[in-house]
Ligand binder design. Structure first.
Ligand code: ADP
Ligand code: MG
Length: 709
């Protein structure tokens, strides 16, 4: 791997670099404009050059009306089918409808004139450019640009793409365009004022295009460039910039990692003696994968440097026991440990579980949740700060300011994908009292493909529990139309009559928790009637935490047969006797979420199954999505497909990818670049740290940096 040319880091001319040149040097930028630009994180000329278009407006083609998707902008062309009418809704508007044989669309104008209305009579041909949206009565375009076409006239397309920039209050596209143009004038005159940090770095086996050329291409795409290539950001110049952006992000995460590791941390002895006592009590041997991950954790914890490790393991792979092993290392060393879960339900389940496992070993465990109040809370706080409680289990309430530990040495975070990087980092304050960084272990069932994990979690080491405990029969999955609901209830009855238990999940249909809970209530009432003789229980997110826990505990004790639930049971719930999972409206859920839900069964010895109920007819895409779940129980394969279908932001949550929103790069599309990005990053950090610093500045600049969260 060639190093970037060292000269790239030097400024060869005497003029300041464009990174040092304030925007006030451009025409038309005074104090007030410069304040507005600062709000867009634009301070220097370099900032303007790296203020990359969000998207391009494509006027190169005319879409059939049915071919344009809601949210998409484009040209359409059609005949007026319904003449303009004035509507008096919340706001007076004029609406008309045009059609082109493929479909029809409503055009809506809030500002209009009588002359305009007159020109838009039935049969007139219009060319419109605008964004398609879902309206109250079908798709519509609000205030499209339009032109009435003569009989023989065709739409005037342009073969150039117009860049659209992220704009802001008082900073319009036109202004940005002008600033970009002026900045280029400066740059072309003195290209040495903008360092090309990647000069001489080959990526994906090819020489990357130069920086100036690349910037010019994205800001002013020439007519010769393929529109599709540009829109999909596959042009070599875009790849060049994406490479640099990924590099900057990777460097920033590495800086965070280095800064974290520089802090002192407690060197914990391993917890083997205690853990062996726990194992004797559990009565099952660990899987090879569990053993391997535990010894990786023990090595980390003993090192005296803060552990930052992500433990990935599919649902049911046995992460809780691994967490226990880690907690015991802290206890064995006379230190405190905490375990945090994303919901109170899950946290309490861990709490009860750990009490059962660890109290026989003489270990004292505390429960930290928002609703612990009054005297109970004062006592808990006192026992945490005196060190009487060796382990604390709770929700994010563990972060609260009044929670003080005597010596917090380790934090385990379960189901990490529910937490953001910032929260994870906020934890360090809790251990800093003792002037040490607590070790951090995060556990997730969301399998992240390796290349992605290396970037999104560049500040973490990764361990994988890639083996399920033996004796599990894989969950058989079927997809059934809602029309066959009666078959499904019969199946529930059979399973319960055989002494098994079942879940019935009613996921979000409306975008409202209240409505979701209502739907679950209705379903529960209905099922109680249909399944007379069975004990039907209900659990949903709007219930009080205590109530939820009582219901969960009763289900676990086999005091109910069927548990109707919202997606509150998505993570972590563990009832081995439950062997049947029904999921309504399965077509509306993400694959990984369905896999998580399905993971609530198949935890015991019994043959388990999952029924995905859908509303027919099912589209082709939806069909193929559901069939993936039928084909495989492998969370990694499912996550990969989910990533392909929905992208990393959706799957991991934008915050959970750990990455600030990117400008040209896309973790999934550019995954192929990541190994090289990583290599170059390591090289730079080692050999040219000041250059690395400038690169991070260029791309992350005044935005939140990872290290500062
Ligand atoms: P997850 O990785 O989804 O958090 P859990 O830790 O909840 O999985 O474990 C699922 C179930 O498997 C629990 O009932 C747990 O006691 C059991 N289990 C864990 N490890 C083993 C093992 N090595 N052999 C048998 N059962 C195990
Ligand atoms: Mg778990």
């Amino acid at each position: 791997m060639a190093k970037p040319a060292p000269s790239a880091s030097k400024n060869l001319c005497n003029s300041p670099t464009l990174a040092e040149t304030p925007l006030t040097e451009l025409k038309g930028v005074g104090a007030s404009m410069s304040a507005k630009l600062a709000a867009l994180h634009l301070h220097s000329i370099q900032d303007v050059l790296f203020h990359l278009p969000l998207r391009y407006e494509d006027r190169s083609r005319v879409y059939p009306i049915a071919g344009l998707l809601p949210g998409q902008r484009g040209y359409i062309c059609g005949e007026v089918e319904l003449a303009p009418q004035v509507k008096f809704g919340k706001r007076r508007s004029m609406v008309l409808r045009i059609a082109d044989g493929s479909g029809a669309v409503t055009l809506r104008f809030f500002h209009f004139s009588a002359a305009q209305k007159a020109a838009l009579s039935v049969g007139a041909r219009l060319a419109c450019f605008g964004e398609l949206r879902r309206g109250p009565g079908g798709n519509e375009m609000v205030h499209p640009e339009y032109k009435v076409l003569g009989a023989q006239q065709s739409v005037e397309t342009s073969d150039k793409l117009t860049p659209i920039y992220p704009a802001g209050d008082g900073v319009q596209q036109r202004t940005l365009r002008r600033l970009v143009d002026q900045s280029f004038t400066l740059l072309v005159k003195q290209p040495e004022r903008l360092a090309d940090y990647l000069r001489g770095v080959p990526a994906a086996g090819v020489q990357l295009p130069g920086l100036v050329e690349s910037l010019q291409l994205v800001h002013n795409p020439p007519v010769t460039v393929s529109v599709a290539e540009l829109l999909e950001r596959r042009h070599p110049c875009q790849r060049r910039l994406a490479f640099e952006e990924l590099l900057a992000h990777t460097l920033s995460l590495q800086q965070l990692r280095v800064a974290t590791r520089r802090q002192p941390a407690a060197a914990l002895q391993n917890g083997k003696v205690l853990f062996d006592q726990l194992l004797a009590q559990l009565g099952f041997p660990l899987t090879g994968a569990q053993n391997r991950v535990i010894s990786e954790l023990y090595d980390d914890l003993a090192s005296g440097q803060p552990t930052l490790r992500l433990v990935q393991g599919d649902v049911g792979s046995g992460k809780t026991v691994v967490a226990a092993a880690a907690l015991l290392a802290a206890v064995a060393s006379g230190e405190q440990a905490a375990m945090m879960a994303p919901t109170e339900l899950l946290a309490e389940q861990h709490y009860l579980n750990f009490c059962q496992w660890l109290e026989p070993l003489g270990i004292r465990i505390g429960w930290v949740a928002g609703r612990v109040k009054g005297k109970q809370r004062r006592e808990m706080l006192q026992e945490l700060s005196s060190g009487d409680l060796q382990i604390a289990i709770g929700t994010h309430a563990l972060f609260q300011a009044d929670i003080e530990f005597k010596s917090l040495a380790l934090v385990v975070i379960d189901e990490q994908h529910r937490f953001g990087v910032d929260q994870r980092l906020a934890l360090r304050d809790k251990g800093l009292a003792a002037n040490r960084m607590p070790h951090q272990i995060t556990m997730t069932a969301t399998p992240i493909p390796r290349t992605l994990a290396m970037s999104a979690y560049a500040d973490l080491d990764v361990s994988v529990i890639d083996e399920l405990p033996p004796g599990r029969t894989p969950v058989t999955t079927v997809a059934i139309s809602e029309e066959r609901r009666a078959d499904v209830t019969t199946r529930v009855r059979k399973a319960c009559e055989q002494g098994r238990q079942a879940y019935w999940v009613c996921p979000l249909i409306e975008d409202s928790e209240a409505l979701q809970c209502q739907a679950a209530e209705t379903t529960a009432a209905q099922l109680t009637e249909e399944l007379s003789g069975l004990r039907v229980a209900l659990i949903h997110g709007r219930m009080k935490a205590v109530e939820k826990q009582t219901i969960m505990a009763a289900f676990k004790n086999r005091e109910s047969d069927l548990l109707v639930a919202t997606t509150v049971i998505e993570v972590g719930v563990d009832v081995p006797n439950a062997s049947l999972m029904i999921i309504e409206n399965a077509e509306r859920l993400g694959l990984s979420q369905l896999h998580q839900l399905r993971g609530r069964v198949g935890r015991g010895q019994a043959e388990s199954s999952c029924v995905l109920m859908y509303k027919s007819p099912l589209g082709r895409m939806a069909k193929s999505r559901l069939s993936i779940l039928r084909e495989t129980n492998d969370g990694f394969r499912i996550a990969n497909r989910d990533l392909e279908l929905r992208g990393p932001g959706e799957v991991l949550g934008t915050r959970q990818t750990g990455l600030v929103t990117m400008r040209v790069a896309d973790l999934l599309r550019d995954a192929g670049l990541l190994p090289e990005v990583r290599e170059v990053a390591e090289n730079l950090a080692l050999n040219q740290p000041e250059l690395a610093e400038r690169l991070v500045d260029r791309w992350l600049g005044s935005r939140a940096r990872y290290g500062e969260v």
